[in-house]
Design a protein around this ligand. Structure first.
Ligand SMILES: *Cc1c(COP(=O)(O)O)cnc(C)c1O
Length: 393
């Protein structure tokens, strides 16, 4: 009944699976037939502290009872607190702007860079270099920033000034007098869970700093402890001028942020968002950060990541013909599968075994579990993934 309703009234932008989930707790999610799935996707990296975390639910309910929204024309106490918390946890000397999504955070990043290039540049600098296989969002300009030609059908003309580098090694040669920024993911999420080499990123950072070209790190997927530190930028020991974040920040409520060392780049009127950073989402995000900060400091997070790693290694050992290599970092991992047909079969088998997994790129089996997933949930999830592999013909 709801399948028909969805098909009749919702635009078909996703190849939807018509399971009907009705409740969830931690990394277990239930459908309307009573089936229990282990969620190794966290709603594509969003439900960072698991489904319906008691403390997040409480924070949302308490905030909703008091006040949800006033507009950014007024002080929003939890927004100020969240900005302070993000900046302090990151260790970067930055200020934040809050958006509702990752694409919007990246729009903000591009606007910051373009304004810097307009004000500081002589001649005006406006070009933004991104990588092939990158993913930066679905708005017109973040789609153009996304270096996958297959996604640029239909929607032109696009804004000018996006330049694509085939690999990290090609970026330097593409920088010219009009280049204002380089935008990269440290682990490409949608592109195939490919992590960049630390030494290369650090070398690029040095090159860009010497030319006053801004480094934008898109941490929409890698951010909020996904790779083991608050930001992957912390793990890579770099100092970008701009960081964007979204997915895991609100634990499920829609919130994104762009952070920058260019603290005075915007004047009132240059940028804005009606919903961005309202009481409700900031109260949720503050709680998420508190939970994950404690988890990190207790050593629990690092331990869980090692445990997760062991499961992946065991799978790779048991299925050497199907699995080419392990990719990614921390809780953002992938198994490169021998071909896309096998991957499609695997994802279907996994669903039949009631474990949720994702696809990335052409042939990568992707795992983005809740960061607080327990050992028991990992054991059960991987038991089911193992069965999914064993059923490949
Ligand atoms: C998901 C994602 C985005 C887009 O975020 P939305 O919230 O869907 O707009 C941008 N960049 C990266 C790296 C992402 O993973």
């Amino acid at each position: 009944m709801f399948e028909k309703m969805d098909k009749n009234f919702v635009l078909h932008t996703y190849g939807r699976n018509y399971v009907n989930f009705i409740s969830a707790k931690g990394s277990v999610i239930k459908d309307d037939k009573g089936n229990e799935f282990i969620d190794l996707t966290a709603g594509i990296g969003v439900v960072s502290v698991g489904h319906s975390h008691e403390r997040v639910t409480k924070a949302i309910c308490e905030q909703a009872e008091k006040i949800i929204h006033v507009s950014n024309l007024f002080l929003i106490e939890p927004q100020a607190k969240l900005a302070k918390k993000l900046v302090e946890l990151s260790g970067y000397d930055m200020r934040c702007f809050f958006s509702n999504s990752g694409a919007e955070a990246n729009e903000g990043a591009i606007k910051i860079a373009r304004k810097y290039g307009e004000v500081e540049g002589k001649p005006k600098r406006y070009k933004v270099i991104t990588l092939e296989h990158s993913f930066h969002g679905r708005t017109i300009s973040t789609l153009k920033a996304t270096g996958q030609a297959s996604m640029h059908n239909y929607f032109g003309p696009y804004p000018d000034g996006f330049v694509y580098a085939k690999t990290m090694d090609d970026i330097e040669a593409l920088c010219d007098d009009h280049t204002i920024a380089v935008m990269i993911e440290l682990v490409q999420g949608e592109g195939g869970v490919e992590s960049q080499e630390k030494a290369k990123v650090q070398k690029l950072e040095k090159f860009l700093k010497a030319r006053d070209i801004l480094l934008i790190i898109d941490e929409v997927q890698t951010g909020i402890y996904r790779t083991g530190e608050l930001f992957a930028s912390n793990l890579y020991e770099i100092n970008p001028e701009i960081i964007t974040v979204a997915k895991g920040l609100g634990g499920g409520v829609p919130i994104g942020a762009v952070m920058t060392t260019l603290k005075d780049i915007f004047n009132p009127g240059d940028h804005g968002s009606t919903f961005g950073g309202n009481y409700l989402v900031c109260a949720a995000a503050l709680e998420v950060l508190d939970i994950l900060e404690d988890y990190k400091n207790s050593g629990g997070l690092d331990e869980a990541m090692l445990y997760f790693e062991k499961h992946l290694e065991k799978l790779a050992e048991n299925y050497p013909n199907e699995i080419q290599k392990e990719v990614g970092l921390g809780f953002m991992r992938g198994l490169r599968i021998k071909d896309s047909e096998t991957l499609t079969a695997l994802i279907k088998n996994a669903f039949d075994e009631k474990v949720l997994v994702l696809k990335a790129g052409r042939n990568t089996l992707r795992f983005l579990p809740p960061i607080t997933i327990t050992k028991e949930e990992l054991d059960e999830g991987f038991k089911r993934v193992e069965i999914a592999f064993s059923k490949l013909s």
